[in-house]
Design a protein around this ligand. Structure first.
Ligand code: IDC
Length: 330
């Protein structure tokens, strides 16, 4: 009788310990410290400035084949990246809000796969709500709030997850519109995850950062996105960025290229180098567009290469080689 009671006691104790441990210990991403925002910089658990560098997938519905463990681990080891961005279009081509229920489920599965592959590879991962033709993030605000609540519940114990809540507001969407939207989505994320870093898009395809600097969203661990394509955007945009930094706005380049803004056309490497200097000098994190073999100059992989990991340099486009060189130089 006594023996059974003692056994019961230990089983209960074990169960309690297991539940407590699983609740507070991050299951994945444990190798990576959770990041915080301090001033204009991203910092690690020791308060040291961290500059994230990585690549963005193309749309998760368009080019899902690159979300795999081998690719992520390869890029970490060989390209020396520390971040991957999972671009999930909300509207275009089987977007989350336009492609139906089954498609939505599949996209969530791909994100899950991406988050787990990234954690295993030792990479930070950005879950990107990739608005584009939908222009104003308010178009699918209800969906965004529900989506981010779900993601934050799922990944609250992952130290490597970053949320990007609206890729590129455009079509005349004002900062005030974006700010109202951001307030709701940030609140939804914070109801599940108090600390994760959140990236907020800015007006005019994430370029008018000075408008956000005048009236930032309230809260901690928030950053604002600056996007550029060096074939189109040069010094004037760097000046806007500098002005925002001077006002104390933390910037994050969650997407860029050195082609023109269409994602195609000639590469402008000299302007690209000027941008790199600016980013490195200010320790701004950067993520290059896009990990696919689409026949466009902003794709990293040559269109005749169907490998989905382990790429040799000769299988990369001129942009791919240029970008990988930037990563390796660090
Ligand atoms: C482009 C893709 C292209 C795709 C198009 C969809 O490269 O293959 O057909 O989107 O509309 C952005 C966007 C990003 C664009 C990219 C290049 O965030 O989705 O990708 N770009 O145009 N902002 C500036 C440039």
């Amino acid at each position: 009788m006594k023996k059974i009671r003692i056994r019961k006691f230990f089983i209960c104790l074990l169960a309690v310990l297991c539940i407590t441990a699983s609740d507070c210990m991050p299951v994945y991403g444990a190798k990576l410290p959770a990041l915080k925002v301090k001033g204009t910089q991203l910092v690690n658990d020791k308060g040291k400035t961290v500059q994230l560098r990585g690549v963005s997938t193309h749309g998760l519905s368009w080019y899902p084949q690159y979300v795999n463990q081998k690719a992520f681990s390869w890029m970490k080891k060989n390209w020396k990246i520390n971040t991957v961005r999972l671009a999930m279009y909300t509207s275009e081509y089987n977007g989350y809000c336009t492609g139906g229920k089954a498609n939505r489920k599949m996209l969530e599965k791909r994100i899950d796969q991406g988050v787990k592959c990234a954690a295993k590879a030792g990479l930070y991962v950005i879950i990107d709500w990739h608005i584009l033709s939908d222009g104003n993030p308010g178009t699918y605000e209800k969906e965004a709030v529900a989506f981010f609540k779900k993601m934050a519940s799922k990944y609250k114990n992952y130290t490597n997850v970053i949320y990007e809540i609206c890729n590129e507001p455009n079509g005349g969407t004002s900062w005030s519109d974006i700010r109202t939207y951001a307030g709701k989505v940030v609140k939804a994320i914070r109801s599940r995850d108090k600390d994760a870093v959140i990236l907020i898009g800015t007006p005019n395809w994430s370029q008018d950062v000075e408008l956000a600097a005048q009236n930032p969203v309230r809260g901690k661990n928030l950053m604002y996105t600056l996007h550029f394509y060096a074939g189109t955007h040069g010094e004037y945009l760097r000046q806007k960025a500098q002005a925002a930094l001077d006002q104390g706005l933390p910037l994050f380049v969650s997407e860029f290229g050195i082609s023109d803004a269409s994602g195609n056309g000639a590469l402008n490497k000299s302007e690209g180098s000027r941008w790199m200097k600016f980013l490195n000098r200010n320790k701004i994190s950067y993520v290059g567009w896009n990990l696919s073999n689409k026949g466009e100059s902003s794709a990293l992989i040559k269109s005749d290469c169907s490998n989905t990991s382990g790429w040799k340099n000769k299988e990369l486009t001129p942009w791919g080689n240029w970008l990988v060189k930037q990563f390796r130089q660090k």
